[in-house]
Design a protein around this ligand. Structure first.
Ligand SMILES: [Zn+2]
Ligand SMILES: [Zn+2]
Length: 297
């Protein structure tokens, strides 16, 4: 655990993705933001005496420890809440229902196995209540405010501690692979706006769910992270300028991710290519031919 401020700790997961780092608040109300750290690490913080669980969003790498927090009241943003209600909803939100169309050569089961996650019924995480943007939770001496930051998912939220001027940015993750916006309601435009919102807030310290570091003066880092979205636009546009292509051919050329170590990365590449194509079509610089290929104008 890394102490960020009086009462606030970054709980570092010993296992990387599909696990995540969490924030622990040790105050009159014991609270945790996300429950995706490895079980051994979570057990050390006495999960049974945690009163409040707040979620940055509904993805499994953030909720997988949920059942350890028996006595806690749990909340998530209202736009992510529907994804937690059934397995069908979870799969639809995460675009798993279109796996077979996008991944004709790999079964969904092979893909899920490669991702090292538990059987499908374990994906579900029953949440007690919802929050919305600007909601504030008083935990004793510590106060935390919801900053709605959609893009990664529709309800993705960051958490701001005004007294400490600290922001937990969730899956605005600042990893080398991000930003990610591959699910049904993900939106690269929203991601850009959310990153701008954080830059404007200009918190003194930030931490995220998938980096084991805490950053000060993060605005240049956030700008660079945001600019990757424009660079991806450019790579896709330039590729389509040379030859019309469908999603599969574009993915083969690794326009989003340099490496495709597992079928899920190929799947995400395709989902994110679809988001970029929608964006470029809206800008009027890419169009679809009658042979279902995309061309740059
Ligand atoms: Zn996520
Ligand atoms: Zn994550």
């Amino acid at each position: 655990m890394f102490k960020i401020a009086e009462n606030i700790y970054l709980v570092k997961s010993k296992l990387g993705f599909t696990y995540c780092n969490c924030i622990l608040v040790e105050d009159k109300v014991r609270a945790i933001i996300d429950t995706g750290a490895d079980y051994e690490t979570l057990l050390k913080i006495n999960p049974e005496t945690i009163d409040l669980v707040l979620y940055t969003h509904h993805h499994y790498d953030h909720t997988r420890g949920h059942k350890l927090f028996h006595h806690a009241h749990s909340l998530i943003h209202k736009a992510d809440y529907p994804a937690t209600l059934s397995l069908e909803a979870y799969e639809k939100y995460n675009s798993i229902d279109i796996w077979d169309d996008l991944m004709p050569n790999v079964t969904r089961e092979e893909g899920i196995m490669a991702l090292n996650i538990l059987p499908s019924e374990e994906l579900l995480c029953p949440i007690d209540n919802i929050f919305i943007d600007k909601d504030v939770f008083n935990l004793g001496d510590t106060e935390v405010q919801v900053i709605h930051t959609p893009g990664h998912s529709a309800g993705h939220s960051a958490f701001y501690f005004p007294k400490e001027d600290f922001l937990f940015t969730g899956d605005i993750c600042l990893t080398a692979a991000g930003p990610w916006y591959g699910e049904l309601l993900s939106d690269p435009d929203d991601m850009i706006n959310s990153i701008n919102k954080i830059i404007e807030l200009n918190p003194r310290i930030i931490a995220s769910c998938h980096v084991n570091e805490v950053f000060e003066d993060s605005s240049a880092k956030l700008e660079e992270f945001k600019n990757r979205i424009y660079k991806r636009d450019e790579r896709i546009y330039n590729f389509l300028k040379n030859e019309p292509a469908d999603i599969h051919k574009m993915a083969d050329n690794k326009l989003i991710y340099k490496f495709h170590p597992s079928p899920f990365v190929v799947f995400w590449e395709k989902l994110m290519l679809i988001k970029h194509i929608e964006r470029l079509e809206k800008m009027g610089v890419v169009a679809k031919t009658d042979k279902n290929l995309y061309i740059a104008k």
